[in-house]
Design a protein around this ligand. Structure first.
Ligand code: NI
Length: 135
């Protein structure tokens, strides 16, 4: 019997979507306002879900306090109130789209979660736009 448990988190961050190897015009045509050289910000909402068997002794799939602290350490401390392009090493050469941010978050969390459990990351860049990655 597998159960999915989820934890919501939140962070604010700035980014710019562009490629250094493209002209400004091509970046503008592809990324529009998101190519603003002065950056712009989003209020990101994150839902991290872990699916697995309920532990017979604790009754938990995963201790939510542990998951909360893990998200704080790996995601919020690394990305909250940061300029993703300039301050988060993973985006040095990776466009910080919602898709790529979700994959980076997944890859940061995955090693810390028991391999018998499934991990899923849902990242809302706006209330209406969100992406899902589960490896
Ligand atoms: Ni944006």
């Amino acid at each position: 019997m597998k159960v999915k448990v989820s934890r919501k988190a939140h962070f604010n961050a700035a980014h710019r979507l562009y490629r250094r190897d493209w002209s400004f015009e091509r970046n503008e045509a592809t990324f529009g306002k998101c190519n603003n050289p002065k950056y712009h910000g989003h209020n990101y909402d994150l839902i991290v879900s872990v699916t697995g068997e309920i532990d017979a002794e604790t009754g938990y799939v995963m201790d939510m306090k542990v998951l909360k602290d893990l998200i704080k350490e790996e995601v919020e401390n690394a990305m909250d109130h940061k300029n993703l392009n300039e301050e988060v090493p993973e985006f040095q050469n990776l466009n910080p789209t919602a898709e790529n941010i979700a994959v980076v978050i997944f890859n940061k969390l995955r090693p810390h979660i028991d391999s018998s459990k499934e991990l899923e990351v849902v990242l809302y860049e706006t209330p209406r736009n969100f992406v899902t990655y589960s490896g």
